[in-house]
Each structure stands twice: as structure tokens, then as C-alpha cells.
Design a protein around this ligand. Structure first.
Ligand code: ADP
Length: 974
């Protein structure tokens, strides 16, 4: 065995240099200089024995021997390993200060491992300090020539190394590394057996093996043994790498799963929170769906609210389950075999198939909620308030109905009489119906028992259970007339409807049709439509909760005409037609709904815009408005108590004196109904309520209320120092409470002027009133100009009036010759300037006039023209209405009661009316109004002129005496 003397260079722990590997290590200054002198002193590159240190050694201090001193150590106090490598010093560099690892080790020395050497024991012990600061020359021994290892060992080695390299190349992130590993793998294949130990050294040097493994390899000079050690190390490393890879991916997987779980849980909590907030927001409605359904007749929450056990989440599920159970119960309550039940069952099945929480599920739920909450006539009664005829059977029904009407409304005697007739008919029909049904039931029962039931469809017979379910029966419709209340606003149309419902003991629902343009609003939207829902009729039925409510169709005259959204009027026709309405088709519900038990009452302000087929189905009841006297009674008996309760006062707190009330009615309101009156009274009461509250706040005695007389002067109260409250409202207080009265001024403006006449009209709201007809002469060519809110008819009326005046101009003394045109006669007609010029006449009807009032303004227009052309004036307290014909006849017009009441409100004292309307005045106009006004009934224009201008005021030429005969002659010629 060859030995040699080599300077020993200690490799800092944990560096190890294996043969054929390279290493660069930092060395101290002294060591660096020693190395330098060594390099300089030799011809070739010097060789040193690079022996690894077994434990970390500080340059300055000698460390105590490490606790894990390996067996390879020469002696326990020697810090060097037994085996090292003979290495060539390739380079010694002094790198710049910034890149140095430590200031104590300024040099870097690069070594190339050549072969193993063993440090031979020597007498001079090596200390840690010695080996790190000096190059001690020592005896080293070279191992004998390596033998060729066995084939099996080589094979095992190759396999282990291959496995490790593969693993490493697979796990490596860097491409260059991967390629390097692949290259070595390739070399392994062609490896000769003799080179295998060398390969083991190379691989161990390349792979970042542990210190102990490297040392083990270094300390094993025998080729076979070394190969085995390397194989074991490689196998160990490969499996460590595999396991750590597996662990990493498993950890990865479990982490991402955990994250997923966490994320989903977070989402779930957020969704539940949102749902809870929604449910809280939508009150106690458990369904809380988009359509915000009103709760049906059944209390779906019963029992769930006070369970109170478990968490909120449990509660939610409980609610859900209760809802569904309730829905199911309602479907089961529907008549067996009925259309609605079939539909309900079908949709229920669909609901079960569709996952909860989906949009479709919500849509079906909403539909089923609607379907099941409609009061189907044959459904088992779920609510206690089911239809009953007990009220009707009561012998005193009519008497009760009468007292109900009386207690709700003042006056309206004729209307009440008609309503009692109506109620009597409804009652009779209902009772007959019931009797008929009973006898039918009695007849059918024994038959079913005695005989075998023969089914008309034999195929179906097998499906039908032994006791067939009774087919749903339809109650006979009450085909009374449909009442239509027509009249101005505030005349009690709606409240009459309510009274009828009350006396019949049925629920009352009002459907406002004003402005309904879309047929779908009545019939509902099809379910395909987004946010679809049922129409107004079905909604009202649901709210009523019974199949036989009183439905008030309010303002049917304001319903939209046929347009591209369909014809709402036509839908209404179907609703009101007793022949069709037992299977009314709502597009949303899509099951025929029976409306035949519903009592329909309609209201309208005027009849003009109502289509004829609709009018045909209705019986019209006119409410024309109230006289001041009636209004006073209504105010005292109904409106005042109502407003007092509404504003939290007692009757003893406020009294409105009679003159004050009349002042409110005449000066602050001018309407046919009592709406504004009610508002004005409400204003007064509110004012008093504030006063009363202030009085109490100031410490006033609630039991001491002064009458008006007891506190005549305000200053008296101030003197006494005590707060006072006056309960009476006097006429003089009104200006302070309600402001300046609205209707004084227009009265002041009214004056008797040439060419100005007051006609009478009925406005679109059905209210009567006074309309001025103004006329003036303007320079022109003898034409008539008409302005104002006029229709074609009124234009013709104007022409007619002018023709009549022109024809009778000579008799009326307007022209000097019989056939002269009065407009071209050059009489100036009150205009200053040339008497020769022809004139045009401008006739103006200011706002408020209705197109339909055309013909009825005929008399007023004629009088206006006569006044203009003759210069005679009509007093401003005279109003007139009437249609004229070319022959000069005055024919009847409509709306007499409204017009007369309107004239009365406008404080007219004389009204000129067509003779044919005499009966209307006698029948319709209240006596008190008749007593306060003078009525002149006229047959001809001539009579009208006389009534308007006064007898003899116009000075008729030659026709007055024998005029009758000549008129007859003229008429016959026409
Ligand atoms: P409409 O439907 O005709 O517009 P309402 O029925 O709404 O009018 O009536 C308006 C108010 O006037 C209601 O408070 C009603 O009670 C009251 N009212 C109308 N007429 C009378 C009457 N004859 N007697 C008592 N109150 C009346």
C-alpha cells in the first residue's frame, strides 16, 4: 500500500470532496499565504490532502469535541475525518471584499479531488486550531487498486441511480437541470462495470447528499462495498423524494379541498343571511316571493311562529316545510275532478321535480299560491267566513237593508227605493236557487243508491273508483241587472256600493278602472311573461276571500279604448256578461274562474264614453248632486262626525254654526258632490284640533269648554290670564281658518253685457255649471267665427243660431228692410267708426264647455247674437239651456237636474229651459231649489228671447199681434 507525505488542508464542516469532484472553500489569511507559497514553491499544481472536518470549527477558538464523533475519527480529540481526498489545488483567489463570506477568510481555494487517501496516525496530534490555520504535512496512505465490482452490485446500483435520477428530473423545475439529469441517465446505460464505483463517486458529488452519506462513501475504499453503500443511499433518497412528493401533493389536495369547503360554507352562510333579511323585510309573509303576495284567507303561519325551539336555520326549514304542507292542503281542499284541482295537482308535481331555490321553482310556487288562494266555489271551506244565505233568509232582511242605506246616506230617496227593489230581487233569486239545489240533492241521492250508475264512457269506467266523486256543481248565477251609478264625484256612488255589500253581508272590493289601458290588467298576463300575475278581477276575488263578493268597478267611463294592448272594454264585457262570466278566463290562472256569484256594481261620471254594449248590460242610476240643503244635512250628520273621529276630537269639542257651515258650502266649495265640502270641514276640524292641543298643553282644563258667547272678546281671555278654548266655529272665523273664499270673485265678475249670455253645461265629471257665451262684432265680411272648446255639433249650432237671427233680423228691428243681411247692414254694432262697414261675429265659449253640449247651447247662442245685434242685455242672474231647430223651436236637452243644481250653486235666479224638460224639473229638482229659482219653460226661440230680455224689450215688428198665424205659415213652408 503506497504512502506519501501531503500537506493536510481541513475542509470546513460539512464540505466533503469526493474523488473527481471539485470544491471551492474559503480559507484564512495565514492559510491562504501558506497555500500561495506552496503554489509558488512547486512546478506543477500542488497536491494536498483535503480532509473533512467532523464538526464546525471556529477559526479563533478551539471547539470542544463534538458529541457525535463518528467512528471514522482517528482519535477522539482529532477533529479530522480518517479518510480524505488527495486534491490538486487549482486556484487560489482573493475575491473583492464585498463578495467575501467572512473577513477572517479572505481567500478562496479551488480543489479538484483525485483519489482517496487515509490519514495515518502520527505522534504530533492535530488540533482544530492547527488544521485550520496551518498546512501540516502528514503521512497519508493510498488505498490499493480498485477491484471490479460484481455484476449484481452494478445492476442494483444502476437501477437505484436510475430511479433517483428519473425522480429528480421529473421533480426539477429548471429545464437545464432536467436535461443534466437526463444526460447522466443516458451515461448510466452505457456504464462499464469497472467504472461503476467511479460513477458512484461522481453521482454522490453531484447530488446534494447528506454529509454522513458523503463521508460514508469517502470512507469506503472498497469498490463493491462502496457501490452497495451508494445503492442504499440512492434508494433512500429516491424514496424520500417520492414520499415527500406524495406528501406535498396530498397536502396540496387536502388544502384546496379545505379551501373549497371553507369557501362554499362562507357562501352558504351569506345566502342564508340574505334570505333571512328578505323574509324579515317582507313582514310575516313566509313565502316572500317577487310578487309580494298578500296572505290568503288561510293563516299559513299558525303554529310555526311560537315553536321557538332550535336554531334559526331549523326555523327556516320548518317554515319552508309548513309552506309546502299548506299549499298541499289547499290543493287537496279543491273540488275533486275540477279544473282547478287538476291544474293544481299538475303544477304540484312539477314543483316537486324542480330543485328548490331555482327560478322556475319560485315561479311555480307563486302560481300555486295564487291558484290556491282564489275562492273556488266548490272548494271545501277552509276559512270560517264562507258564503251563507242566513242574512238573506232573515225575514227582516229588507227592513235591515233599508236602515243600513239610511244610516249611511242622507236623502237619495228614489235611489234607495231602487236599491231596495234590487236587493229584494237578489234575495228572491238566491233563496230560489237554494231551494232548487236542495230538491236536486234530495232527488239525486236515492237514485244513486238504488240504481247502478251508468257511465257514459265505458273506457273510463275502470278508472273511476267504486264511489265516484261528485262532479263539481255550479251554483246558479244571480242574473240581476248590473247597477251603474252615474254622477259627479263625491255624490256617494262608492259608499252606496259599500252599503249594498253590508246589507247583503258580503265582502266588498273596489276595482279602479280609471286609466286601465291594457287588457292584461283585467285578464292577467300569461305565465310566459316576466313578472306575470293575475288581473284585477282575480286579485279582488282573492282579497274578498269568497266567491260571491260585491265588486265595484269604479269609473268604467275612464277605461282605455281598444289599442295595441288589446281592448280592456271587451274584457270587461266578458266579466259583466252573465252568459259568459261563469267561465271567465284569466290568462295567468289559465283555469276558468266562475264569476257568476259575484255582484257587480259599476260607477261612472258620465255615460258618453261608455260603449253601447257595456251600457246595454247595466241599469243606470243617476246621482246628480246635492242641493245646499242636502249638503248641510250630509255635512252635519255624516261628514262632521267622520272628520271629528278622524282627527281625534269628540263632538263636544267642536261645533260649526249653521251660517258657518253654509258659508263653507257656498263660498269654499262649488261642486255637485260633497268631497270638497268634506275636505273643507276636515280643514276646520284640524285647525280646532291644534287649538285644543295647545289649550291642553298650556294647562287648560279639558272639562271647561267655552261656548262662543261665553268668550265674546279675545282680550277678555288675555286679561284673565287663563288659557281658553272656544268650541264654536263662526262664519267670521272661516277666513282665518280656510283662507279667502274661492267663489266670491267669479260672482263679482259676472255682469250683464251686450253679447254676453250665461248658458248651462254638464262637465265631463258629470257636474252641472254655468258657462258664459261671449260674442263681439269685429270688422269683416259678414262671417261667423267660433272659438273655445268646441266640437262639430256646437259649430253647427252656432251657424243655426246665426241663420235664425239673420232670418228674423227685420222682425227684431235689426235691419231696415226685410231681406237685408244684418252683418252687412253697416250698423256698426256698437263699434266706433264707420257705419258702412260689414262685420264678422266672433262667438267664444270659454273652457269648461263640453263637445257634447253643442246643441244645448243653441238658445244661449241665439240670445247672445240677438243681444249683440240689438244692444239689449240679459241680466247676469239668468241662465239658459235648450236646443233650437231652424224653424225656431226649442227642443229638450239632457242633464236638467245637474244644470239646474249648477245654476243654483252659481246663484242664478232665473233659468230658461225647453218646455219639454218641464217634467224633469218637477221630478228631479228638489223643492227647495225650485222654490228659490224662477223657471221659464219655452217652446220657441221667440219665447226664449222674451223670457231672457223681458217682455216687449225687443220690440217685435208686426209679428207679435198676429204672429201665430204667420209662424205657422212659415213653418209649413220650411
Ligand atoms: P263617489 O264614489 O261618487 O265619487 P263617494 O262614495 O266616495 O263618492 O263619496 C264621497 C264621500 O261623501 C263619502 O265619504 C260619502 O260617505 C259621502 N257621501 C256622499 N253622499 C252622501 C250622502 N247622501 N249621505 C252621506 N254621505 C254621503
Amino acid at each position: 500500500m503506497a504512502t506519501a507525505k501531503l500537506p493536510v488542508l481541513a475542509l470546513p464542516h460539512p464540505s466533503i470532496l469526493l474523488p473527481s469532484a471539485r470544491v471551492t472553500i474559503p480559507v484564512s489569511k495565514s492559510l491562504g499565504q501558506l497555500l500561495l507559497s506552496l503554489i509558488e514553491g512547486s512546478d506543477a499544481l500542488p497536491i494536498v490532502a483535503a480532509i473533512p472536518l467532523t464538526s464546525p470549527v471556529n477559526d479563533d477558538k478551539t471547539l470542544p469535541p463534538p458529541p457525535d464523533v463518528s467512528a471514522n475519527q482517528v482519535s477522539s480529540d482529532l477533529p479530522l475525518a480518517e479518510w480524505g481526498t488527495a486534491a490538486r489545488v487549482l486556484r487560489l483567489v482573493r475575491p473583492p471584499a464585498s463578495t467575501r463570506t467572512s473577513p477572517q477568510q479572505p481567500y478562496l481555494v479551488s480543489l479538484h479531488g483525485l483519489t482517496r487517501v487515509r490519514l495515518l496516525p502520527s505522534k504530533n496530534k492535530l488540533t482544530a486550531q492547527l488544521v485550520t490555520s496551518s498546512l501540516q504535512t502528514r503521512d497519508v496512505e493510498y488505498p490499493p487498486q480498485e477491484t471490479v465490482p460484481s455484476k449484481e452490485a452494478v445492476e442494483r446500483f444502476k437501477q437505484a441511480a436510475g430511479r433517483l435520477l428519473e425522480r429528480l428530473s421529473r421533480d426539477s423545475m429548471q429545464l437545464s437541470r432536467r436535461e443534466g439529469y437526463a444526460k447522466i441517465l443516458g451515461m448510466l446505460d452505457d456504464l462499464q462495470d469497472a467504472r461503476a464505483p467511479w460513477m458512484a463517486d461522481v453521482l454522490m458529488g453531484t447530488l446534494n447528499s447528506e454529509y454522513a452519506d458523503n463521508l460514508a462513501i469517502l470512507s469506503t475504499p472498497d469498490a463493491e462495498a462502496r457501490l452497495q453503500t451508494a445503492t442504499t443511499i440512492f434508494l433512500k433518497q429516491a424514496s424520500i423524494s417520492e414520499v415527500s412528493r406524495k406528501i406535498a401533493s396530498a397536502v396540496d389536495e387536502s388544502l384546496s379541498k379545505q379551501q373549497k369547503e371553507f369557501f362554499l360554507k362562507q357562501q352558504l352562510t351569506a345566502i342564508q343571511r340574505e334570505l333571512q333579511a328578505l323574509q324579515k323585510g317582507s313582514g310575516d309573509s313566509p313565502s316572500g316571493n317577487a310578487n309580494n303576495l298578500p296572505s290568503g284567507p288561510i293563516d299559513t303561519n299558525a303554529g310555526t311562529a311560537d315553536k321557538g325551539s332550535g336554531s334559526e336555520l331549523d326555523d327556516d326549514e320548518q317554515h319552508e316545510a309548513d309552506d309546502l304542507a299548506d299549499l298541499k292542503r289547499r290543493i287537496e281542499a279543491m273540488a275533486v275532478g275540477s279544473e282547478e284541482r287538476k291544474m293544481g295537482v299538475r303544477e304540484w308535481r312539477r314543483l316537486k321535480r324542480i330543485p328548490q331555490g331555482s327560478v322556475e321553482n319560485g315561479v311555480i310556487r307563486t302560481y300555486l299560491e295564487w291558484l290556491t288562494s282564489i275562492p273556488w266555489p266548490n272548494s271545501a271551506p277552509l276559512s270560517p267566513s264562507s258564503a251563507s244565505t242566513s242574512d238573506l233568509k232573515d225575514r227582516s232582511f229588507l227592513k235591515n237593508a233599508r236602515s243600513q242605506l239610511d244610516s249611511d246616506h242622507f236623502g237619495l230617496e228614489k235611489i234607495k227605493k231602487r236599491l231596495i227593489e234590487y236587493l229584494a230581487v237578489v234575495r228572491l233569486k238566491e233563496l230560489n236557487n237554494e231551494k232548487e239545489q236542495q230538491t236536486q240533492e234530495q232527488n239525486s241521492e236515492p237514485k244513486a243508491e238504488g240504481k247502478e250508475v251508468v257511465l257514459y264512457d265505458k273506457q273510463q269506467s275502470s278508472k273511476i273508483p267504486s264511489s265516484p266523486a261528485p262532479a263539481p256543481k255550479r251554483r246558479k248565477a244571480i242574473r240581476g241587472p248590473i247597477l251603474l251609478f252615474v254622477g259627479p264625484p263625491g255624490t256617494g256612488k262608492t259608499s252606496l256600493g259599500q252599503s249594498i255589500a253590508k246589507s247583503l253581508g258580503r265582502p266588498f272590493q273596489r276595482i279602479s278602472l280609471g286609466g286601465v289601458r291594457d287588457e292584461a290588467e283585467i285578464r292577467g298576463h300569461r305565465r310566459t311573461y316576466v313578472a306575470s300575475g293575475p288581473g284585477l278581477i282575480v286579485q279582488a276575488l282573492r282579497k274578498a276571500g269568497r266567491p260571491d263578493p260585491v265588486l265595484l268597478l269604479d269609473e268604467i267611463d275612464k277605461i282605455g279604448q281598444s289599442n295595441f294592448h288589446g281592448d280592456p272594454g271587451a274584457a270587461l264585457l266578458e266579466v259583466l256578461d252573465p252568459e259568459q262570466n261563469w267561465n271567465f278566463n284569466d290568462h295567468y290562472i289559465n283555469v276558468p274562474v266562475d264569476l257568476s256569484q259575484v255582484l257587480f256594481i259599476c260607477t261612472a261620471n258620465s255615460l258618453d264614453t261608455i260603449s253601447t254594449p257595456l251600457l246595454d248590460r247595466c241599469e243606470i242610476i243617476q246621482l246628480s248632486g246635492y242641493t245646499y240643503d242636502e249638503k248641510m244635512h250630509i255635512a252635519r250628520r255624516f261628514l262632521l262626525p267622520k272628520q271629528l273621529t278622524a282627527n281625534g276630537l269628540e263632538p263636544e269639542h267642536v261645533t260649526i254654526t249653521e251660517p258657518a257651515l253654509l258659508h263653507i258650502a257656498t263660498r269654499y266649495t262649488r261642486e255637485a258632490g260633497v268631497r270638497s265640502l268634506e275636505r273643507a270641514i276636515g280643514g276646520v276640524i284640524r285647525y280646532k284640533a291644534v287649538e285644543w292641543a295647545e289649550y291642553l298643553d298650556k294647562g287648560g282644563d279639558p272639562n271647561v269648554i267655552h261656548q262662543a258667547e261665553s268668550v265674546p272678546q279675545e282680550n277678555q281671555a288675555a286679561n284673565s290670564g287663563k288659557p281658553t278654548y272656544r268650541r264654536s266655529v263662526l262664519e267670521s272665523d272661516l277666513e282665518q281658518i280656510l283662507g279667502i273664499s274661492r267663489y266670491d270673485e267669479s260672482e263679482m265678475e259676472r255682469e250683464a253685457r251686450r253679447g254676453l249670455i250665461y248658458g248651462l253645461v254638464v262637465t265631463g265629471a258629470g257636474e252641472g255649471g254655468v258657462m258664459p257665451v261671449e260674442s263681439i262684432a269685429v270688422p269683416g265680411t259678414g262671417k261667423l267665427k267660433l272659438t273655445g272648446s268646441l266640437g262639430d255639433v256646437i259649430r253647427e249650432s252656432g251657424e243655426l243660431a246665426l241663420s235664425w237671427v239673420k232670418r228674423h233680423a227685420w222682425e227684431l228691428g235689426m235691419v231696415d228692410r226685410p231681406m237685408e243681411d244684418v252683418l252687412k247692414a253697416g250698423r256698426g254694432l256698437g263699434m266706433p267708426g264707420s257705419k258702412e262697414a260689414a262685420v264678422d261675429i266672433h262667438l267664444h265659449l270659454p273652457a269648461g264647455a263640453q263637445k257634447k253640449d253643442g246643441p244645448s247651447a243653441g238658445v244661449a247662442m241665439t240670445c247672445a247674437l240677438v243681444s249683440l245685434l240689438t244692444g239689449a242685455c240679459v241680466p247676469s242672474t239668468t241662465a239658459m239651456t235648450g236646443e233650437i231647430t231652424l224653424r225656431g223651436r226649442v227642443t229638450a236637452v239632457g242633464g236638467i237636474k245637474e244644470k239646474v243644481l249648477g245654476a243654483h250653486r252659481a246663484q242664478m235666479t232665473k233659468v230658461i229651459l225647453p218646455y219639454a224638460n218641464r217634467k224633469d224639473v218637477e221630478h228631479d229638482v228638489p223643492l227647495e231649489v225650485r222654490n228659490e229659482m224662477e223657471f221659464v219653460f219655452v217652446r220657441t226661440v221667440q219665447e226664449a228671447l222674451e223670457a231672457a230680455f223681458g217682455k216687449g224689450a225687443l220690440g217685435w215688428r208686426g209679428t207679435v199681434g198676429d204672429g201665430a198665424g204667420r209662424h205657422v205659415l212659415m213653418e209649413s213652408r220650411l
